[in-house]
Design a protein around this ligand. Sequence first.
Ligand SMILES: Cc1ncc(COP(=O)(O)O)c(C=O)c1O
Length: 426
Amino acid sequence: MELCQLPPRELFGMLPANRVGEQDRRYVGEVLSAGFRNTEDPADIFARFESAFARRFGVRYAILHNSGTGTMQSCLLAAGIGPGDEVIVPPLTAVSTAMVVVQCGAVPVFADIDPHTFNIDPRDVARKITPYTRAVIPVSLYGLAPDYDAIMELARTHGLTVIEDDAQCFLAEYKGKLVGTIGHAASFSFQASKHMTSGGDGGVVVTDDKEYARSIRKRASLGFRTLGAAPGDVFVPRDLRQDHSFERHDVMGYNFRMSAVQAALGLAQLERLDALVAARVYIAKRYEQVIRGERCQWLIPPVVPEGCSHTYWSYVCKLDEGRAGVDWRTFRRIFISHGGDGLYAAWRPVHLEPVFRHLAFYGRPEQAPNFDPRYQGSVKCYQPGDCPVCESLQPRLCQFKTSMQTLEKAESQISALRATIRVLSR
Ligand SMILES: Cc1ncc(COP(=O)(O)O)c(C=O)c1O
């Protein structure tokens, strides 16, 4: 990415204060002036944002949603996933990745992670495939793609749908391809913490498959019969559309539609996405320089496999508590006392969150899809030991922020890390 070569002052100069710039205000203004016109206008804000996003990723279709959770649910439903099916997901992810499976009536199966990249381990995916497996949702955790060659090979062999969860991964590359263009569809989130946001929440699905795109759009918009793969694709003459005999819905769907104001903000953010990503990469590199420059042996930087680029939604290191001489909580306390802006742990492994551990999906375990008579598989519960690599790593992960929008704020966090390392190395 060329912007990564820019002097940092110039790069951060491209990011508006509080993440809202002139362009954001202009597009929101256009939406307000248009009075929320009919969404079938091909020049409307939805079509503009969708085609700009699809163009940036070099794909044919982008389908806007109101979150990066609804996106995955539309993808699963459109792939025909339902009761009796299993879907393989990683345990180290936002709960959404697994919840959407349950919300389709299917059973999530957790495949363990690779201890170096923290991403789903294709070898465990292979072990977890059964005759009931229909899909895999690999997550590009923290901004890095998983081992897609191996995952796609498994998918081809077993006829699985691959839905990329790229909520945290914008513009990363995997062996010459943009992440988001490898699976059958990819889901991105525009929630506030992500590389780009559409005003705090939002999401998009991208795919090259016209039929799949159409089906995803229908699932996200109440199953309207007339929806097409692209926005405003199917034109129904007004006389027909307004007639009392007009039938509208032919499949079940949710309302996962994005609002026009969100689309306006998203389009403006997309136009500076390269700079937003480059700033996070710059901050990550600075953390890494500090760790290596201080010869710190106990914070282990993230691994980036050959052929991949990392876009660092967060800069995540493993803490070797033995060598650091402090535990995770003490390390966090010292970091904060030196000006660190908090330090997040990684999520608890999803299969051990109470809702999964107690199968409390719908109030009672017997109502979980795992006990649906149509489900013939063997996953009846989730418990410690299901994903040992993830369970042992998760308490030692340190997520350093990369979301700072000014060079000064970025440097203050980098100095806090340097000071913490020096205190602990004395
Ligand atoms: C990996 C991952 N998947 C899915 C989501 C869900 O996205 P959203 O919050 O837009 O629903 C998030 C973020 O929140 C995430 O980090």
